[in-house]
Design a protein around this ligand. Structure first.
Ligand SMILES: Cc1cc2nc3c(=O)[nH]c(=O)nc-3n(C[C@H](O)[C@H](O)[C@H](O)COP(=O)(O)O)c2cc1C
Length: 351
């Protein structure tokens, strides 16, 4: 079976990147994904921002923008799956080509621009799977042509409340012009204030659904401190560090290195992990962190945890390694935790 998936992943690399992605989603929808009956090692259990996970390795958003295959990806061994980014109205995104593989760099550049089918379809899909169990999050964004982008996040929250196990407020995609300006102090006060109000109404007397904030890796230290403080003030439950970078490191070799958009995969690892450490110092244990960016092995997942994350996510490495990677990361991570004498992810993250 492993051989089959490896062959399929190599074949996929001969197709244009976006066609390969669409083909993969169709295959997963048809039930052709890997299914692992294996329960995670108990040492991998973690709690992040109020979410209890049986293993800390999550699927980052962008892979399943329209919530088509969350159960297949949970079946592949991910401890949680974040669908989206979803915007209130469907939108086509940027013109193609807009997704590029950088094989020599084990990286990806994308300028998809929040192409997605919109909230109605997303909601129906979550409704259909609601009894299936597993942790599925919804990553919320704003329409490119929206007059009130903050209202778009509130619309997403209200439409999906009760159907997602957590929400992520994505203000860090580089591909919707002006979106990352929502990371500025005043804009964040407005955004997080309105989300807090909406959340209080939606929650009533029930336990609230966790809400996370996803940030860019291209931030200054003073912004890190201020964003951490604001996230806490407005009751965010965790910060996800990070989205793709607009930087282009000198080391890039591949033909597509100068394409516009966000860079992810191996060349993002160092930068996003450094940023995670800065957030960990600013948070000082008062708000949880999820580490994302360039993870393709158990060693890298472990490095994010040692940098202060209580869970991790990945996407780009799947393009090169295929879905069997998740199980390898899980077992390597468990081995590393034990080898260093830790009893839990939480212990390793706080050490
Ligand atoms: C093709 C592609 C599409 C993405 N789309 C989204 C998205 O819609 N929303 C989001 O928050 N992040 C999106 N991301 C960013 C990833 O979720 C992740 O933060 C980033 O790629 C770093 O992780 P990685 O190096 O493991 O890929 C996308 C990434 C890629 C490669």
């Amino acid at each position: 079976m492993t051989f089959l998936y490896k062959t399929a992943t190599s074949l996929m690399r001969t197709l244009p990147a976006e066609t390969a992605h669409r083909t993969t989603i169709k295959a997963l929808k048809a039930g052709l994904g890997p299914m692992t009956a294996k329960k995670p090692d108990p040492i991998l259990a973690t709690n992040v921002g109020g979410l209890a996970l049986t293993n800390p390795v999550g699927l980052a958003p962008g892979f399943d923008k329209d919530a088509e295959v969350p159960d297949a990806m949970l079946g592949a061994g991910f401890g949680f799956v974040e669908c989206g980014t979803v915007t209130p109205r469907p939108q086509g995104g940027n013109p193609r080509p807009r997704l590029f593989r950088l094989p020599e760099d084990k990286a990806v550049i994308n300028r998809m621009g929040f192409n997605n089918s919109g909230l109605d379809i997303f909601r129906k899909r979550l409704e259909r799977r609601r009894e299936n169990g597993g942790i599925v999050g919804a990553n919320l964004g704003a329409n490119k042509d929206s007059d009130d982008r903050v209202a778009d996040y509130v619309t997403g929250l209200s439409a999906l409340w009760g159907l997602a196990d957590y929400f992520t407020i994505n203000i860090s995609s580089p591909n919707t012009p002006g979106l990352r300006d929502l990371q500025a102090a005043d804009a964040m006060d407005d955004l997080l204030g309105r989300i807090q109000e909406a959340r209080a109404e939606l929650t009533g007397d029930n336990p609230s659904t966790p809400i996370f904030l996803k940030v860019a890796p291209d931030l200054r230290l003073d912004q890190v401190e201020r964003i951490t403080q604001q996230a806490r003030t407005y009751g965010m439950n965790a910060i996800i560090v990070s989205n793709t970078t607009i930087d282009r490191p000198e080391s890039l070799k591949s033909a597509h290195k100068d394409e516009g958009g966000g860079l992810s995969g191996a060349p993002l690892f160092k930068k996003s992990t450094r940023m995670l450490k800065e957030f960990a110092a600013a948070a000082d244990g008062r708000i949880d962190l999820i580490g994302v960016g360039g993870i393709s092995s158990g060693g890298e997942a472990y490095a994010k945890i040692r940098a202060g994350a209580k869970a991790v996510q990945l996407y780009s490495a799947l393009v090169y390694a295929g879905p069997g990677l998740v199980m390898d990361i899980r077992s390597d991570l468990a081995r590393r935790l034990k080898a260093d004498g830790f009893n839990s992810i939480e212990e390793a993250s706080a050490a």
